[in-house]
Design a protein around this ligand. Structure first.
Ligand code: BG6
Length: 489
């Protein structure tokens, strides 16, 4: 039996035929239903402006579910039972006259979860229309990223929503916070006194955060070219990971205690002035290359591209946190599209022992590393030094892993998708895994200075071939400090 209490709710999905709904939200709701994690009275209302009746829309949803969910996890019985929860309403989200029908369908006897899988420009309008028909009393609103494209626009969106919904009913999604291993960062750090005593500049030399993607733009040119990798990935996912690694222990597990600590980290990030950008930040753009042995086009040759674009598809940077715990410990972040593999990992490099008693040539080996893998193969591995086995080896050292591979250890049949956890938490009214307004704004403030700096410098992205680990200058960024990116990458 699940350890969590299920609460009934009405889940209204704005943008129910969009890419996110088809790829992530419907599959997540289906999996929750199949796992018995939706309350018997929970209902789903699909909202879209497209023509077509309920049967046509459900057939389309089914086709997509079958495409995104492995065959072994989908069957007609579970699908039929899931679809008994779903109803459909055609509406124009900015037309107030379409909302009384939604109010009739939703009723007010249970919590309404209004999920905005739409452009952020319509969030304020939807909130106003919901309030006009009394659907603001018992409602939680879920906002998808990107919320704005800089501090000013993000404030405008947040303020428009705040006119109708207080912060404790606003759930801002960063889907990385729903990933199993990201959640485990909190357990790892605060349920093991072993690590907390080492978690500071006395013992840690530097931290790497890598989020590498194999895919290119995949038909998302229109959105991506306006955003770029800094706004699309660093401003949210990578800075959230940095916060979870760097934050002080919260006094409890409540949403605000955790978020208070994260905001402190964001506010302590050292500004990167225009004169430092060239040294501390690298932006790249992929050119034609290969992926999995087949040729792939460069960013400027992708479908619907604009051949003049200087949007970055890769960013590597060094961030410093100005506080007692992290003084002098650089955080190296890198993320890019069309890299050789899909890999998200955090590597904590501990300092070398202060005094060497082993052979000097082995000195380079001698620092412990804690590797936290978010994907693929979720797990945690601690690299420790041991003596190599064998009579002929003398006191030769070897770095070996103490491994915790989640799927082997917990034998779970599958790792749930981040959206399953996030949807479940919204339905339970738990804001732990959602980003507060001041967090988003602090992250924008820091990223805006970089975007502004690039503009002032007229900086163009450095080319890198698709299927490689990014521009050469990203290597220089870290080797300049006498270090290298972890592993063979
Ligand atoms: C999204 C970005 O937020 O995260 C995408 O908009 C990116 O560009 C995606 O591909 C990566 O998520 P994941 O879970 O596949 O690492």
């Amino acid at each position: 039996m699940p350890l969590i209490t299920l609460e009934p709710c009405t889940f209204a999905l704005f943008g129910a035929l969009g890419d996110l709904a088809l790829r992530k939200l419907f599959p997540a709701l289906y999996q929750l239903d199949r796992a018995g994690l939706l309350h018997a009275d929970t209902r789903i209302i699909g909202l879209a402006r497209d023509e077509g009746d309920q049967a046509q829309h459900l057939a389309f949803i089914e086709k997509n579910l079958r495409g995104y969910i492995p065959d072994s996890q989908i069957d007609s019985t579970s699908l039929d039972s899931f679809f008994t929860r779903v109803s459909w309403l055609k509406m124009d989200f900015l037309d107030a006259s379409d909302y009384p029908a939604l109010a009739d369908l939703a009723g007010t006897n249970q919590t309404l979860v209004a999920y905005f899988a739409t452009p952020a420009s319509v969030y304020g309008g939807i909130c106003e229309n919901l309030a006009a028909v009394g659907l603001d009393e018992n409602t939680r609103v879920v906002l998808e990223k990107p919320i704005g494209h800089d501090l000013g626009s993000s404030r405008r969106v947040n303020d428009a929503v705040a006119k109708f919904f207080p912060e404790n009913r606003v759930y801002r999604i960063d889907h990385y916070l729903g990933k199993e291993t990201v959640q485990n960062l909190i357990a790892l750090r605060f349920a093991n006194s072993l690590f907390e005593t080492q978690w500071n500049h006395h013992h840690i030399s530097h931290v790497e955060i890598t989020v590498a993607e194999k895919v290119g733009i995949e038909g998302r040119w229109g959105y991506f070219d306006q955003a770029g990798q800094l706004r699309d990935m660093i401003q949210n996912h990578l800075l959230q990971l940095l916060c979870l690694i760097a934050m002080d222990p919260p006094s409890d597990l409540s949403a605000d205690s955790i978020r208070d600590e994260k905001v402190k980290v964001l506010k302590a990030l050292a500004p990167i002035g225009v004169e430092q950008i060239g040294q501390l930040v690298v932006r790249g753009q992929y050119i034609a290359g290969s992926s999995e042995g087949r040729p792939v086009p460069g960013y400027l040759e992708e479908e619907n591209s604009n051949t003049q674009s200087d949007t970055e598809t890769y960013v590597a940077l060094r961030a410093d946190i100005r506080n007692w715990r992290w003084s002098g410990v650089p955080f190296y972040l890198r993320t890019g599209k069309r890299l050789p593999s899909k890999l998200s990992q955090i590597v904590i490099h501990f300092k070398e022992p202060p005094h060497y008693i082993f052979a000097p040539e082995q000195r380079a080996l001698m620092s412990n590393r804690l590797i936290i893998r978010l994907q693929p193969d979720e797990g945690i591995s601690l690299q420790v030094m041991t003596k190599d086995q064998g009579l002929d080896k003398g006191m030769q050292l070897r770095a070996g892993p103490l491994n915790l591979n989640f799927s082997d250890t917990y034998r779970s049949s599958r790792v749930p998708d981040a959206y399953e956890r996030l949807l479940l938490e919204v339905m339970r009214g738990n804001q732990n895994l959602f980003v507060r307004k001041d967090e988003i704004e602090a992250a924008w403030l820091w990223c805006d200075q970089l975007i502004d700096g690039w503009k002032r410098l007229g900086d163009s992205p450095r080319p890198y071939a698709a299927g490689t680990w990014g521009p050469m200058s990203a290597m220089a960024l870290i080797t300049r400090d006498g270090r290298s990116w972890y592993g063979d990458i």
